[in-house]
Write a protein that binds this ligand. Structure first.
Ligand code: AMP
Length: 216
């Protein structure tokens, strides 16, 4: 299973990404975590991106693409599955990622879109700020990250819909309800992704099915 997560900050991509990775026994490649690790280790790369992260700006495409290419090569040796969290963040990254995937015969089977409104996202991120103290979880930086998401990241959702690999889920629910729906959808798609070519598939919008998965 090869999954991309497309979601605004605070929608739960880290949590859902980890659950998907455990469920399918595939690596969880989280670009934000990889970048924060470089910053924490004060590596040369970390020093070059520290400011971008603390201001909530995107780091240059080339840096993340190189990181993800290296992670894909490792994932290929490990069976070829992955859940990629935090990438692509714009259309240029989406196109480049597709080329990397094609070169390695590892293009994504599913683009999982976690949908949530800004009010809920700000509330969650401010709660996370108290718990984790991330430098980019202050209100002005959160607003900047949400603006960037709406302006440059969200448009890629349509691109994945047109490629027939989009699955949209309502993420404004308790984490275990979202997880149950996500894993059920991915399990249902498992035989499909192996046998039905991308061009013959249709996107799936599960955002109206919250009630069936526990929304009161
Ligand atoms: P995240 O943990 O996914 O919220 O990412 C935290 C920060 O890392 C973002 O606000 C960006 O500064 C940077 N970042 C993560 N992934 C990317 C990416 N694919 N392209 C550019 N910047 C990224």
């Amino acid at each position: 299973m090869r999954v991309l997560l497309v979601a605004p900050p605070g929608a739960g991509k880290g949590t859902q990404g980890a659950l998907i990775a455990t469920h399918f026994d595939i690596p969880h490649i989280a670009t934000g975590d990889l970048l924060r690790d470089h910053v924490a280790r004060n590596s040369e790369l970390g020093r070059s991106v520290r400011e971008h992260l603390s201001r909530g700006e995107l780091v240059p495409d080339g840096i993340v693409l190189d990181m993800v290419r290296a992670a894909f090569i490792e994932a290929k040796a490990d069976g070829g599955g992955y859940v990629l969290d935090g990438m692509p963040r714009n259309l240029a990254q989406a196109r480049e990622l597709y080329e990397i995937g094609r070169g390695l015969e590892m293009t994504a089977n599913v683009a999982l879109h976690l949908k949530a409104n800004d009010e809920e996202l700000i509330r969650r991120l401010l709660t996370r700020a108290v718990l984790q103290g991330r430098s980019d979880d202050t209100e002005p930086v959160i607003r900047r990250r949400l603006t960037l998401y709406h302006e440059v990241t969200h448009p890629i959702v349509d691109w994945y819909a047109s490629r027939g690999i989009l699955v949209s889920v309502d993420a404004v629910r308790p984490v275990e309800q979202v997880a149950r729906q996500v894993l059920t959808a991915l399990e249902a798609m498992r035989p499909l992704v192996q046998h039905v070519p991308e061009h013959a598939r249709r996107s799936v919008d599960l955002t109206g099915l919250g009630a069936a998965f526990g929304r009161s």
